[in-house]
Design a protein around this ligand. Structure first.
Ligand SMILES: O=C(CO)[C@H](O)[C@H](O)COP(=O)(O)O
Length: 278
């Protein structure tokens, strides 16, 4: 009988299921996400390695300092993103990674995600964008209809330390009615819920001052309530000079695995894609 609590058990089952489905002996390049759920993915990778079920020359691309340590501790080879060749030259895709498995802070019905609770979303997005497939793993608390329903710590935004307070003021002046077309919601004009977003400089724990990311930047956590149009919000925030990366991953994930409270595992796909197949 496992001594893990329910949340940890659900993270572990989601991680194991996703690794088992996606990391077989034919996978040559794997993106490894960051956070506490990915620790269980690394545990499973180590087991599969011991069982000789991984590609003998598997290369793992880390998304953070923590992720690199997980790769090294599992006895796997880490590679830099820029050292990898394109997988399908001439195809129009620039992917260099077969599949990336990563955690999330919240995932909506279309598999848009909030990421960056661990402050690693810049590298996570770079690795996800270079992957043929992004697979998310999470516990049941992250499974949402609309972003902002459950995650109440705001959208993580990595910013240049040179101008963080100016960027904070600009983010707080964003207005919800700057949506792009195409998504119908109860309030057809609002990309997000709050009239006035609140941006808070993330503070370090057990060190005075702000969190400094692996890339030497700061993080603003921007509370804006429910996010009805993730792509519009992602684009809006990205337009602010000094913003380095936004922790909204719009339409990047192909699949999300959740460990449920009852011990079962659910695999979800973007809702609109399921409807198209019907
Ligand atoms: O985006 C991330 C780090 O930047 C993490 O994947 C996200 O915060 C989820 O973490 P956890 O698995 O610990 O809940």
């Amino acid at each position: 009988m496992s001594s893990l609590n329910l949340v940890e058990q659900s993270k572990r089952s989601a991680a194991f299921a996703a690794v088992d489905k996606h990391v077989g002996p034919t996978v040559r390049v794997l993106g490894v996400g960051s956070g506490s759920t990915v620790v269980y993915a690394a545990e499973r990778l180590l087991e599969l390695k011991r069982l000789n079920k991984l590609h003998p020359e598997l290369l793992c691309v880390p998304t953070s300092f923590q992720s690199k340590q997980l790769i090294v501790d599992a006895g796997l080879r880490a590679s830099d993103l820029d050292d990898l060749p394109e997988l399908d030259p001439g195809s129009g895709s620039f992917a260099s990674i077969d599949v990336t498995i990563d955690g999330a802070d919240e995932v909506d019905a279309e598999l848009n995600a909030i990421k960056g609770g661990g402050g690693a979303h810049l590298r996570e997005k770079l690795v996800a964008a270079a992957s043929r497939k992004l697979v998310l793993i999470a516990d049941y608390r992250k499974d949402s209809e609309v972003l902002g329903d459950k995650w109440d710590k705001g959208v993580p935004v990595e910013v240049s330390p040179l101008a963080w307070s100016t960027i904070k003021r600009q983010l707080e002046r964003m207005v919800p009615k700057s949506r792009v077309q195409g998504v119908s919601t109860a309030d057809a004009a609002a990309a997000f819920e709050f009239n006035h977003p609140i941006a808070v400089l993330r503070q370090a724990v057990r060190k005075a001052g702000p969190v400094v990311t692996d890339n030497g930047n700061f993080i603003l956590d921007v509370s804006m309530g429910k996010i009805y149009d993730p792509l519009a919000v992602e684009q809006l925030i990205k337009m602010v000079p000094g913003v380095i990366e936004v922790g909204i991953f719009s339409s990047m994930a192909a699949e999300a695995w959740f460990g449920n409270e009852d011990g079962s595992i659910a695999c979800r796909y973007p809702r609109s894609q399921i409807k198209k197949q019907d």
